[in-house]
Design a protein around this ligand. Structure first.
Ligand SMILES: *Cc1c(COP(=O)(O)O)cnc(C)c1O
Length: 243
């Protein structure tokens, strides 16, 4: 395998883990309480295979076509591994079927119609033996209502969660959010934490908070994030541009 790249990924992974652990300690949380989702969009399957070998288990993708091909490639490169895949990007309803084939979780559900499409697709996969468990779903919350970034505002959070929770093919697991560009992450993640607490109080199964990326994971961990989604800090600047 490409030794130099492996060395680089190992070094970057160590650094990211150190940041997560330090942020947990600073926040009075137990290191290890926060899990790391490696965002591998634009990254070749060979890098994912290395990251798997280095002990990472869960990978995030945001483009349906790129992800589907990569999932298959990684399965060939690392046949003994059992990677889990999260979809984290904007998703059109007509792609729900493709995503339900390989995704363990969709973190970016921000409409009832998308939830319904994913439910149909996930149940079909279960019926045909393609999946053994319901599709885990995070509802995406929008701090500022910017449609570009996706997510629902506070008033739509309850109805959306209700809809997801009512779907037999879906498992409501929690909330995901991205801090708005240019916003003070401390203010943004305080708002996200409040939304997550509100959701958890009504839907106890929605206990997971996915918040924080390369640039702001410490702040997100301070505000209670359980999952940080890290791309750039782990794999370097994005390389392929696809779709
Ligand atoms: C790309 C992406 C990330 C990772 O961002 P980095 O700044 O590269 O760490 C996290 N979450 C979502 C939804 C993304 O699209």
């Amino acid at each position: 395998m490409h030794g130099e790249r492996r060395h680089e990924l190992a070094r970057r992974l160590r650094a990211v883990r150190e940041r997560i652990d330090a942020a947990c300690v600073a926040a009075g949380r137990v290191p290890g309480d926060v899990s790391l989702l490696a965002v591998t969009k634009t990254v070749p399957a060979a890098d994912v295979a290395v990251l798997l070998d280095l002990g990472l288990t869960t990978f995030g993708e945001n483009r349906v076509q790129e992800a589907g091909a990569k999932v298959a490639e990684v399965a060939q490169l690392s046949p003994a591994a059992a990677p889990r895949w999260h979809f984290v990007g904007g998703l059109q309803r007509n792609k729900a079927k493709a995503v339900a084939r390989w995704a363990d979780r969709v973190e970016s559900v921000d409409s009832q119609r998308l939830a319904e499409a994913l439910d149909v697709a996930a149940r079909r996969e279960q019926d045909t033996g393609g999946r053994l468990v319901p599709l885990s779903v995070l509802v995406q919350y929008s701090v500022d209502g910017d449609p570009q970034r996706g997510g629902v505002s506070r008033d739509q959070l309850g109805p959306l969660a209700e809809r997801v929770a009512s779907c037999a093919g879906l498992q409501l697991t929690g909330l995901m959010a991205v801090a708005p560009l240019g916003a003070d992450p401390d203010v943004a993640f305080a708002d996200v934490a409040a939304a997550a607490a509100w959701l958890r109080a009504r839907f106890p199964q929605a206990s997971t908070l996915s918040a924080g990326m390369s640039g702001d994971l410490e702040v997100a961990i301070r505000h209670g994030s359980d999952v940080v989604r890290v791309g750039t800090a782990l794999v370097g600047e994005r390389r392929i541009t696809s779709e």
